[in-house]
Design a protein around this ligand. Structure first.
Ligand code: ZN
Length: 318
């Protein structure tokens, strides 16, 4: 039994229009829609999951689509940058690809020796593409718009902005198994183990920045991977002992979740690797049908009427 936190499980963010979101993440960035479901707490709205072909934990970015929601505000107490791993030498491809698709990419100075591009999604969410040797072992989406040799490999890291970083750092290192790996000015990089892609969180200490507002274009929470239901309960007990409020185990169908807020204000989740996305759809059909939890099936026809249509069309200009 591996009781360690294994890395990032998924990042969940908020968008306005589901179709615009799909066109961008699947159509342009080439992530596969691996589950089309609803927000279990608000079933009249979509919850879209993107990842590699197999929907492996560590490659997943998910969105609550809440049409008409106001724009969020970037600030402290939030994850403000979500970074994907791209293969070494692929930045020029990405610069050209994004330009051809009318997306502005910004070259940022190398970070801890790795080259990166910054960009924003249609809701203003800040993303980064970071060239890294570390491979999270992704499975390429053969029918996707991006040639496999350039494709996004999964999540690289998240950057949380914090007014003060010490208490968050203490939680990461004393409880969750991270260590301070690197530091550059006000950026503190924490890794699990060797810190290959998907096992890294940066804390950016910005005491003069105003507090963020979570709405469209914001990260809602970041989830950390645990091996099983048994290890999740061990984590739950440990976090209760540390004095945090933590949710009971919630069944999210594709994984089981517990939630708590870290001292700086970012919502953390600990999610199980199993059962995964093939529990209700075969691998080759992931994301092609609306899947809803069994307890919502009696309301399926009403739910389907409330959800806007969603088309899986690839939009990228190559
Ligand atoms: Zn989550």
């Amino acid at each position: 039994m591996n009781e360690q936190i294994l890395g990032i499980h998924h990042v969940t963010a908020i968008c306005d229009d589901a179709q615009t979101n799909l066109d961008f993440y699947s159509g342009v960035l080439g992530l596969r829609l691996v589950k089309r479901t609803v927000n279990f707490d608000a079933p009249e709205s979509y919850h879209l999951y993107y990842g590699d072909y197999s929907g492996r934990p560590g490659t997943l970015l998910t969105f609550f689509a809440w049409p008409g929601i106001r724009r969020g505000r970037s600030g402290t107490g939030q994850v403000n940058f979500t970074a994907f791993a791209i293969p070494p030498g692929s930045i020029d491809f990405w610069k050209g690809h994004l330009a051809r698709n009318d997306i502005t990419a910004t070259e940022k100075p190398p970070r801890f020796g790795e080259d990166l591009l910054g960009l924003t999604d249609p809701d203003g969410m800040s993303l980064e593409l970071i060239e890294t040797e570390a491979s999270p072992g992704f499975v390429p989406w053969k029918d996707g718009p991006i040639p496999a040799e350039y494709a996004i490999r999964g999540l690289h890291s998240v950057t949380a902005e914090e007014e003060g970083y010490e208490r968050t750092a203490k939680l990461l290192t004393d409880a969750l198994g991270f260590h301070l790996a690197q530091q550059e000015r006000n950026r503190f990089r924490y890794k699990i183990g060797t810190g290959t892609a998907g096992k890294t969180i940066d804390l950016l200490c910005t005491p003069d920045t105003q507090r963020g507002i979570v709405a469209s274009g914001s990260v809602h929470h970041v989830a950390w991977r645990t091996e099983s239901d048994v290890t999740q309960l061990t984590w739950r007990n440990k976090i209760v002992e540390l004095g945090y409020n933590i949710s009971p185990v919630m069944d999210r169908d594709y994984f089981h979740s517990i939630y708590f807020r870290e001292p700086g204000g970012v919502l953390f989740e600990i999610a199980t690797d199993p059962p995964g996305f093939t529990i209700d759809e075969p691998l080759e059909e992931l994301g092609t049908h609306l899947r809803i939890p069994t307890w919502l099936e009696p309301a399926r026809s009403q739910i389907e009427k409330l959800l806007p249509p969603l088309h899986l069309e690839q939009k990228a200009v190559l």
